[in-house]
Design a protein around this ligand. Structure first.
Ligand SMILES: *Cc1c(COP(=O)(O)O)cnc(C)c1O
Length: 321
């Protein structure tokens, strides 16, 4: 949707996250599992922003990038794994803005890098592979201080582009949904890794709208806690109309049982909307299961946020070959 020069304009802060979120379509989707029960489903297509800096990652990075530019730092340092949509978005953003990027990655450098990390290196990102033990320290103050000494003039972006700066950017998505509908929607659903996006949505959703986070890993309590803390930091009157669903992680992070592989193929055939293999597949699977369990009464309006991540499909050739 955005070409490189418009993406650069957006990342420079020349237009706000609200402006970008108002551009992405909120599409009414006819999908049997919901339609047959009289439930309206709309999909907020954040996957259409840009193939490499897609979905929630642009919103999560936005304020981190503005902060880094205001501080005039020379590099951005962050954390992630071999399929990280966050590192992919960060590498492209740094390249466009002329800021160096460094990624701290768990484990030894494999002989064959993932397509994601190949792109990261091609965009000038320095990959620093560290032991599992060292990676565990990514939230510790003394470890971050050590990285700061090592990398000098830098801004450290938490894993996944988190923190209050990340959540703040994601609020724009909820605001755009509020503005696009005549009456508040009943639920806004998003896939959760860290809970940062969820927190941003909770802060701006209408009081009548329930925000549902579908955890894509087994750590639902940690996601709830992270969202609670971020929401408390961002607003003085937090909403309690939200929850994290723990039942749809499909065996854990990046685990894709056969049932979910079949689900992807069926969903894409029925809706013509492409899914990513780590996040959005579990989001829509969760929504389908909730609908089947009678979670929403007839006439409800449910919005699913397509948070992007489609670059990650390249690692899962088994499905899309
Ligand atoms: C990173 C990511 C998420 C999870 O976002 P959090 O803010 O960490 O919960 C969801 N969907 C996609 C496609 C992502 O890349």
């Amino acid at each position: 949707m955005l070409n490189e020069s418009l993406l650069k304009t957006a990342l420079m802060g020349d237009c706000s996250p609200e402006h970008i979120a108002a551009l992405t379509p909120l599409q009414a989707i006819s999908w049997a599992p919901l339609k047959d029960r009289g439930i309206h489903l709309s999909v907020k297509r954040e996957d259409l922003i840009h193939p490499g800096v897609s979905g929630n990652k642009l919103y999560k990075l936005f304020h981190h990038l503005q902060f880094a530019r205001q501080q005039g730092v020379e590099r951005l340092v962050s954390f992630g794994g071999a399929y990280s949509n966050h590192l992919h978005a960060l590498a492209i953003s740094g390249q466009l803005l002329g800021i160096e990027t460094v990624a701290v990655i768990r484990g030894e450098r494999p002989p064959q890098l993932s397509a994601t990390l190949i792109d990261c290196e091609a965009n000038g990102m320095q990959l620093k592979f560290v032991s599992r033990q060292e990676y565990k320290r990514r939230h510790d103050d003394d470890y971050l201080a050590m990285l700061k000494r090592q990398y000098g003039s830098c801004h450290i972006v938490p894993e996944g582009g988190g923190g209050t700066l990340g959540a703040q950017g994601c609020s724009a998505i909820a605001r755009a949904i509020n503005d696009a509908v005549d009456r508040p929607v009943d639920s806004i659903c998003t896939a959760c890794g860290t809970g940062t996006t969820l927190a941003g949505l909770i802060v701006e959703a209408e009081p009548a709208t329930e925000v549902i986070g579908i955890a894509v890993l087994k750590a639902a309590p940690a996601i709830s806690q992270e969202a609670t803390e971020l929401v408390a930091q961002l607003t003085h009157k937090p909403s309690s109309n939200w929850r994290v669903e723990s039942r749809f992680h499909g065996g854990g992070y990046a685990k894709l049982p056969e049932e979910l592989k079949r689900f992807i193929v069926e969903f894409e055939e029925q809706t013509l909307i492409p899914l990513d293999p780590i996040y959005t597949v579990k989001l829509f699977w969760g929504i389908k299961s909730l609908a089947e369990q009678g979670y929403w009464p007839k006439g409800s309006h449910v919005v699913a946020i397509h948070t992007g991540g489609l670059q990650g499909r390249r690692g899962f050739n088994g499905i899309w070959q």
